[in-house]
Design a protein around this ligand. Sequence first.
Ligand code: GLP
Length: 245
Amino acid sequence: RPPASGSPSTAKGQAGAAAVAAVVPAVSGPVVLGLATGSSPLGLYRELERAQGEGRVDLRAAHGVALDEYVGLPAGHPQSYREVLRREVGDRLGIDDARLHVPDGAHDDEASLAAAAADYEETIRGLGGVDVQILGIGVNGHLGFNEPGSALTSRTRVKRLAASTREENARFFDSVDDVPTHCVTQGLGTVLSARRLVLVATGEAKARAVANAVEGPLTASCPASVLQWHADAVAVLDEAAAGLL
Ligand code: GLP
């Protein structure tokens, strides 16, 4: 694995990591980090790794809590979010598997999936809630896998993925047909329960979703608009993603 110093440092990564690290001193006991997948937070994760390497923050005892997981991928599938978060965060920050919590999507019946979703809410509660939730945003304004139309107070549950989301995520699979049709995702209410939210978005493709989330009405048609409901939400954007603000 290349050392953190081998990856370029970016202003966005630094700003995002600073917004995350700032909460750490105020937390008594292990920090609970809410983790998003996708490309947007990767720079932030690299900066946290760098900061830890330089002794500026210590997350080695932290818990990681994933936002979501695909349904039906076998354990160990490289595109399962458990594996992605292990590679991108756990292995790099020293958060071992026992402290990396991901919804269990490896079931093929509704009852087991509903039980896995309920268990996940229990896990988060047992940890005392999420201290700082790192978020990306979908082109359609989704948060985690809460697609447009998701209830604003929803909790962790099984959802069907929007066709557009499956197409966007097809780049990680051999073909769009291999992208799972369903997921287990934290609900918008679950996300809102975190003490701080840090949203990261880059690129023009996200500009409309960002503008709707930050300045549009609070509505289920833009799930990320729930950020406006939160007392401590930070958005870390590049010029392009902020272009319609
Ligand atoms: C997936 C994840 C989301 C993420 C989104 C955007 O659908 N479930 O949590 O925010 O992708 O990904 P990217 O940051 O690569 O644009």
